[in-house]
Design a protein around this ligand. Structure first.
Ligand SMILES: [Zn+2]
Ligand SMILES: [Zn+2]
Length: 200
């Protein structure tokens, strides 16, 4: 309705992933705790493996500290994860918590002038965007192969049913492929003698 609502400053103030550095004194040593629930709009992670789903939140418990070169942000980020067991494919939910530390350099600071664009994060128009730091740290902390339990036996390779759901002694009438090759070779060899000269 009002023109205020369309100003970038207002839009930034409503985005919880952004931190207004005006809230923190530039005097080195000043600090400010940042505890926020950050809404996840795009899922973090790998779909169908493990992810922090969209619509959930990442909780950050951070401290922003003024240093000569900029603002140092450090603390933890934590979230609920959803995925599937890499052995039995059952849904698995869990938690991820990760430490983060990042310097956001002031424009025209020595750090700003002596580093590449993508080497160090920057304070842009007095705002710090927490999203890349938190997103990267959380994604790296996700398990590569989540398990429903450490001793999950997975699926029977013969029928694809979970071993946990199968009768004890379950098996299939198949020949071990190593034996199958030998059987075939014996069948091909007249008299069933030694298949070839190799005897290591
Ligand atoms: Zn499992
Ligand atoms: Zn089976």
């Amino acid at each position: 309705m009002s023109e205020e609502s369309s100003s970038p400053e207002r839009a930034n103030a409503r985005n919880p992933w952004l931190f207004d550095t005006h809230e923190l004194s530039r005097r080195p040593g000043s600090s400010l705790p940042l505890r926020r629930e950050l809404p996840v709009e795009t899922a973090l992670g790998v779909p169908d493996v493990v992810e922090v789903p969209s619509g959930s939140t990442v909780t950050v418990d951070l401290l922003a500290e003024s240093v000569v070169e900029g603002v140092l942000v450090s603390g933890t980020a934590s979230a609920r994860t959803e995925g599937q067991c890499s052995r039995c494919l059952d849904p698995v939910s869990g938690d991820v918590e990760v430490n983060v530390t990042e310097l956001f350099a002031y424009p025209e600071s020595t750090t700003d002038e002596t580093t590449e664009e993508d080497e160090v994060s920057r304070i842009v128009d007095d705002w710090i965007d927490l999203e890349p730091m938190v997103r990267d740290a959380v994604v790296l902390a996700l398990p590569l192969a989540p398990l429903c339990s450490e001793d999950c036996a997975g699926l029977c390779s013969g029928c694809g049913v979970k071993w946990a759901d199968l009768e004890p002694g379950h098996g299939h009438e198949t020949i071990d492929p190593r034996w199958a090759a030998l059987v075939q070779r014996l069948e091909e060899t007249p008299g069933g003698g030694t298949a070839d000269g190799s005897n290591r």
